[in-house]
Design a protein around this ligand. Structure first.
Ligand code: GLN
Length: 304
């Protein structure tokens, strides 16, 4: 077994020394003042050992990482019907690109680009009694931690600047792939993205995907084939037009968010979450990707 703690220490040192840390997302104004020097990693092995380094216990905006948990909830609610409204192909384009959606008649390429995540949000708004409250409780339950909340300022900040997400939702509506009002679906979507969690909480929340659908509290949240499908989607689509690069360099299913977080996992082995708020040009955490590349190279633990 590799010496995980010393490997995390080396990775942290390399991150501290990195000359180019990327740049913090500014298109959501409330995220613009996060200190770029934050850096944390949390690792949990399937046999129950935890390792943490740096700021792994500081909450941050999970942003698009939430799309995985929203998809899991939608699949648990409506199963295969999910795929009548969303495809499962990598888009090869940025997360907020709209051209493909128009060309492909309102069927988003996958559930992790924004248009796909907005369709998932629509499914949750239709199928949950109190969508925001119920989804937050779902995330708390997966994590086994009630101390997880929305950051209302981040949700509001995105609402007043989210012109492309409004454009995507309106386009979906024009193709009849949105059943609820645009305002209502986006209010839910902005809140799901504005959930704040620590690296450690995210690692726990994603445990079920590395554990055949059974969560930390030993409850079945998805079937084994459903967990397999989500992992396949994370591997092929989790990093938008950088999904190939992430598979090439890191070799794990994973999902990034513009808050600078990345969760990645090796089924039946481990879950790892990194947080480094500086992003590269594709909107993925620059040092997070480097850290994970270093981690799978040093431990030789990837899917390939
Ligand atoms: N809330 C963000 C948006 O919709 C999520 C994007 C991301 O994390 N890639 O633009």
């Amino acid at each position: 077994m590799p010496d995980f703690q010393s490997i995390l220490e080396i990775i942290q040192q390399d991150a501290i020394n990195a000359l180019d840390k990327g740049s913090v997302a500014t298109y959501i104004p409330e995220l613009a003042h996060i200190d770029i020097n934050n850096f944390g990693i949390h690792l949990r092995t399937s046999d129950g050992n935890d390792y943490g380094i740096g700021d792994y216990n500081k909450p941050f905006s999970i942003q698009s990482i939430s799309k995985v948990l929203a998809l899991a909830k939608a699949m648990a609610l409506i199963g295969e019907d999910t795929w009548k409204r969303i495809d499962v192909e990598p888009s090869g384009h940025p997360f907020n690109q709209l051209a493909l959606l128009e060309i492909e008649n309102g069927i988003p390429r996958n559930p992790f680009i924004n248009s796909g995540a907005i369709v998932i949000a629509d499914i949750l708004v239709s199928n949950l009694k109190n969508p925001k409250k119920d989804f937050l409780n779902y995330v708390r339950d997966l994590t086994g931690d009630d101390n997880i909340n929305f950051n209302i300022d981040v949700a509001h900040s995105e609402k007043i600047t989210g012109f492309k997400n409004f454009a995507a939702a309106n386009l979906l509506k024009s193709f009849k792939n949105l059943n609820n009002p645009v305002e209502e679906v986006l209010d839910f979507y902005f809140h799901q993205c504005a959930i704040e969690m620590t690296c450690e909480q995210l690692t726990k929340a994603f445990f079920f995907l590395a554990n055949k659908g059974t969560c930390m509290l030993n409850k079945t949240r998805l079937s084994k084939p459903q967990a397999k499908r989500i992992n396949a989607l994370m591997l092929t689509c989790g990093f938008y037009d950088e999904a190939g690069e992430f598979a090439f360099e890191v070799g794990l299913p994973g999902k990034s968010g513009v808050g600078g977080g990345i969760v990645a996992l090796l089924p039946d082995n481990y879950i790892i979450t990194t947080w480094a708020p500086g992003l590269n040009k594709k909107g993925n955490s620059k040092l997070g990707m480097l850290a994970l590349e270093e981690f799978t190279s040093k431990t030789k633990l990837s899917v390939f």
